[in-house]
Design a protein around this ligand. Sequence first.
Ligand code: RET
Length: 291
Amino acid sequence: MDHVNEVALRIPAVLLQTAVTDSELFEYVFGGENTLLALSFVVNIALAGLTILGIVYLGRNMTDPRAKMIAIALMLISVVSISSYSGLASGLTLSVIEMPSAHPAAGTTTAGEDGVLVMWGRYLTWTFSTPFILIALGMIAGSNLTKILTTCAFTIAMCVTGLAAALTTSSLLLRWWWFALGSVFFLVIVYVILVDWTAEARTTGTADLFNKLKILTVVGWFGYPVLWALGVEGFAILNVAVTSWGYSILDIITKYIVTFIAMSYIATEPETIRGGVDYGTSLLRVSPGDD
Ligand code: RET
């Protein structure tokens, strides 16, 4: 029984490494001393909202189901984003976490607690936003379901390992091990984009658009692991506000700019994008001559 009590007492300590509450974190971000950090969240909430409205406006006359599906995938990127940044701004997906003793940021205090501010909500929500970027890109290239789902699965794996890297406190080596695993998963995605989809887009006739999106995506996406390594989670060369702005700027490029470039092409429903009225139908159509 004593053992059970002991375990029960330890659970909250393990789950809540920190005693800082959501409202204290909210106060820390919006209390006036971290305006830069607060702005990195607020600007993205506004941009995600504007992007959703922009898609609705640009897509108002669309009729083709395939073109619409790409537009919906693009919209979902910003739907996830606005929710993600709301989570960060409210303090819900922020934590103060003590780094392992060998970590360069070990011994730091944040909001009166030992530890660094970890924006773990970012890694969690990329798990949901990045698949929509890849669905849109893969469909624009005219790729097949196998390749699109492969990249989706690998991006989910990459983001979850990034989350694990950020939250691991037991060992510095394990933090970098997670990071290395995530980087390998990332290379699978880069390969599919640069090799398979580039070739497919040429055949489909969307190479012009795809190549623009590809450069923004591949270059932009490489920025994330670099920031992770330079920021508080990694070598702690950049402070939290600069790291956060780094991610926010990368998000602006890889999400909103990519969305508007793609949307302005798709909204005109060119032949290369259209799937026809029956595209993806769930109804088995029987023609009159069949009976
Ligand atoms: C992590 C750490 C583990 C190794 C690698 C990473 C890559 C992250 C990337 C994120 C892209 C996010 C986007 C979000 C848009 O909503 C997880 C930082 C390689 C590429 C595009």
